[in-house]
Design a protein around this ligand. Structure first.
Ligand SMILES: Cc1cc2nc3c(=O)[nH]c(=O)nc-3n(C[C@H](O)[C@H](O)[C@H](O)COP(=O)(O)O)c2cc1C
Length: 245
């Protein structure tokens, strides 16, 4: 394995950080790595809000579901899907922009995810690590107001970045045969493979928690997916000008 593959396969989310700062110049380089990601039809639909204001950070801790690392990380970034500036581009050419298409929601959101994953991977190469924060969608309208996001801009997720003060084990992923299919989707061995994987995940949690938790992957997923998930999202996205057609 080369260094890049080793780096990618050693990813862990980090939620405890040292007090070391990330210089602005280093952060700028990470953001440029994000910008280097592929982008649907060259739309470049990701805008990052770097949250420095302490009061806003503290507020985001609460809005994000009381996740204290939003405040303790050296940097906190909010990745926004942004089709607002495209309106500016259309205005330059007196073209009337057609917005609200589901396809635009997908492309802008995918752009953001690719951008962010480049940022966190580049960060990892500098010894900086972190965690994505989907929790900011718990109270997404309040986050939108706090960051003064206009129409056609929505916060997809946040990201804490800092120097790690913990060293968790790598979380085992699904076996390759479950995620890599050849020529068609169905594979009769999936249920048995998932059961084997469940045992691996139980063991991972046992080790990580000193025996306090031993939840299987399928158990975790089945508990999660019987509940509603952020049912406010559809109305919110419509109100920001997405998912209208
Ligand atoms: C889009 C996204 C949102 C996430 N949101 C949160 C979050 O709000 N809080 C948190 O602690 N972890 C969050 N995570 C981290 C996941 O829980 C984590 O990636 C997953 O459990 C796998 O663990 P690993 O990253 O250590 O391999 C998020 C991950 C992604 C990709």
């Amino acid at each position: 394995m080369n260094e890049v593959i080793q780096l990618l396969q050693s990813h862990r989310s980090i939620r405890k950080f040292t007090d070391d700062e990330i210089p602005q110049e280093a952060l700028n380089e990470l953001i440029k790595c994000g910008q280097s990601a592929a982008t649907s039809s060259f739309i470049q639909a990701c805008t990052v809000i770097q949250v420095e204001d302490k009061t806003k950070r503290d507020e985001l801790v609460v809005l994000g579901g009381n996740q204290p690392y939003i405040a303790s990380a050296a940097r906190f970034l909010v990745f926004c899907a942004d089709m607002n500036r495209h309106q500016l581009a259309c205005n330059i050419h007196q073209a009337e922009m057609q917005s609200g298409f589901t396809e635009q929601f997908i492309t802008a959101t995918v752009d953001c995810a690719l951008f962010a994953q480049n940022v966190i991977t580049a960060a990892q190469s500098l010894g900086i690590q972190g965690v994505y924060i989907g929790g900011i969608r718990n109270q997404i309208q309040a986050v939108t107001d706090l960051l003064e996001l206009p129409q056609l801009v929505y916060p997809v997720f946040g990201m804490c970045l800092g120097y790690p003060a913990q060293n968790p084990e790598v979380k085992p992923r699904l076996p390759l045969s479950v995620v890599l299919k050849k020529d068609s989707y169905y594979d009769e061995s999936d249920p048995a493979t998932i059961r084997d994987y469940d045992e691996q995940v139980r063991e991972y949690y046992r080790t990580r928690t000193g025996g306090n938790k031993d939840t299987a992957w399928s158990e975790q997923i089945s508990e999660m997916l019987v509940k509603e998930v952020r049912p406010h999202m559809l109305e919110y996205l419509k109100s920001q000008g997405y998912l209208l057609k």
